[in-house]
Design a protein around this ligand. Structure first.
Ligand SMILES: Cc1cc2nc3c(=O)[nH]c(=O)nc-3n(C[C@H](O)[C@H](O)[C@H](O)COP(=O)(O)OP(=O)(O)OC[C@H]3O[C@@H](n4cnc5c(N)ncnc54)[C@H](O)[C@@H]3O)c2cc1C
Length: 448
């Protein structure tokens, strides 16, 4: 039996293509339903046409069975076989397979900045999840900031739901797409989507400002978010002189693109790579197989590329895992085109390194373990840390409840910038691999 971890666009496409190639498939999903981040919804009626079609095809296929609300907290690989340790409502279960497809997706990338731990500061993904999953509008007067095209659907969605959007700030310049105009032209659906967002922004009178970033969150007397400080920033995200202003809001949704969820891949020990923009992802061959025989990966964890690329990769992984030797060339061509667009997207929305200049000594870097910038710096200057892993052991950064999901990458970047060890430093790759993929209680651990 092929096991697919993740019921998002990549996982669904993988399960369906493998099932259609006559393999038995099990989909293991931490959430209560299929859809993943892209098709997050409270019921099938709220899905768009493509989502509804894919979800119902997967759900109704006789070769596919499902484990929902099933969180895999650890995975092991030995002698060509993967073992998955699954928790379902506190009960432990073990699954083994020789054909595993990882499609665990991504989460919002965050950057630390003064005040980012004040209640009311969240990621755009969190604001969107509240809205799409539960119909909750995160606040009354919302500022949306960071970088990436994801800021647009979040702004439009919140405005549509009745929130007042007090500001929409993209840190990269308005002209960021010019060098990639040809790639955009070749992707007509993306161009249409961009134009439709422009129309929606106009309709809800949302003013989009390029080259601005929120550099500080400010709290009021009750300890809640009251305002944010916005600054004009240069290409590297350095604050430009005399450009700062304060804007009142009760919610700030701030995000810097996405980070691949490598937790299970790290458990298994598949090979990772560090891309030119510093992001870490799983190495796969053209058929989506990882460095471990029988372990495949598809979607965001092989590199951030969006839902369409995730589906194509999922389809290829499903066919390969099912042993289909006649993989259609069409899929590989499509993958190439979508991957080119994904690279252009990543180049158009870089994260400049000067965000580190926004930090103060007291700024918390790891929120779970409350580790400040000065403690990180002391671990290097006083205690002799040479890379992210040793700094982690000396400060406990990344060892809390989220296991470094939130702070891991920024922490590694800060340590690299302070040790000056950037070129050969593989520490951020090591930092991405942890023994336990998601929080588990002692009772659950004992029970397993
Ligand atoms: C918060 C958020 C919101 C997004 N919204 C949009 C959007 O509106 N539009 C857009 O174009 N793109 C959006 N994206 C980008 C999105 O990542 C991709 O477009 C697309 O969803 C990627 O598909 P995927 O299958 O690779 O991953 P996902 O859709 O993320 O699916 C991964 C699935 O794996 C499951 N999973 C992960 N770990 C485990 C585990 N240990 N055990 C069991 N199950 C597990 C998760 O519950 C999830 O359902 C969003 C991303 C995030 C993080």
């Amino acid at each position: 039996m092929i096991i697919v971890v993740g019921g998002g666009p990549a996982g669904m496409a993988a399960a369906l293509s493998a099932a259609q190639a006559n393999s038995k498939v099990m989909v293991v999903e931490a959430g209560p339903r299929l859809g993943g981040q892209y098709w997050r919804h409270s019921s099938v009626e709220h899905l768009d046409q493509d989502g509804a079609k894919l979800v119902s095809a997967v759900m109704s296929h006789p070769n596919i069975e499902f484990l929902f609300n099933a969180r895999i907290w650890r995975a092991d690989y030995r002698d060509g076989e993967s073992t998955l340790h699954v928790l379902i409502f506190g009960k432990s279960r073990e699954l083994t397979t020789k054909k595993l497809i990882l499609a665990t997706g991504a989460f919002d990338r965050t950057l630390p900045f003064p005040g980012w731990d004040i209640p009311g500061v969240m990621t755009p993904g969190a604001a969107q999840s509240l809205l799409k999953g539960s119909g909750i509008v995160a606040g009354k007067r919302i500022v949306i900031a960071g970088t990436g095209p994801f800021l647009l659907p979040v702004s439009v969605g919140l405005a549509k739901a009745g929130a007042q959007i007090a500001g929409l700030y993209e840190a990269n310049s308005r002209n960021r797409w010019f060098p990639h105009a040809l790639t955009v032209m070749r992707n007509a659906p993306k161009l249409r989507l961009a134009l439709s967002f422009q129309r929606e922004l106009k309709r809800y009178q949302l003013r989009f400002r390029g080259g601005y970033a929120v550099v500080e969150a400010l709290k009021g007397d009750e300890g809640l978010l009251e305002a944010v400080r916005v600054a004009k920033v240069d290409k590297e995200f350095g604050i430009m002189a005399n450009s700062e202003f304060v804007i009142k809001c009760d919610v700030l949704a701030v995000g810097w693109g996405f980070t691949a969820d490598l937790s299970l891949a790290g458990n298994l020990g598949v090979e990772f790579k560090k891309d030119s923009d510093g992001s870490i992802s799983v190495v796969v061959d053209q058929f989506q197989e990882t460095s471990l025989t029988g372990v495949f990966a598809a979607g965001e964890l092989t590199g951030i590329g969006g839902a369409e690329l995730a589906q194509v990769e999922g389809e290829i992984a499903g066919l390969t895992a099912a042993g289909n030797v006649n993989r259609p060339k069409r899929l590989h061509r499509l993958k190439k085109r979508k991957a080119t667009f994904a690279r252009a997207l990543s180049a158009a929305y870089p994260v400049g390194n000067k965000w580190m200049e926004w930090l103060r000594e007291s700024t918390i870097i790891c929120r779970c373990e409350e580790v400040s910038l000065s403690e990180v710096e002391k671990s290097i200057s006083n205690l002799g840390a040479t890379d992210a892993r040793s700094a982690k052991l000396l400060t406990r950064a990344g060892m809390g409840l989220c296991q470094g999901r939130i702070c891991g990458r920024s922490f590694a970047d800060i340590v690299e910038s302070r040790t000056g060890n950037v070129a050969n430093d593989e520490s951020s790759i090591k930092f991405a691999a942890r023994p336990i993929a998601s929080p588990i209680t002692f009772e659950e651990l004992a029970g397993s």
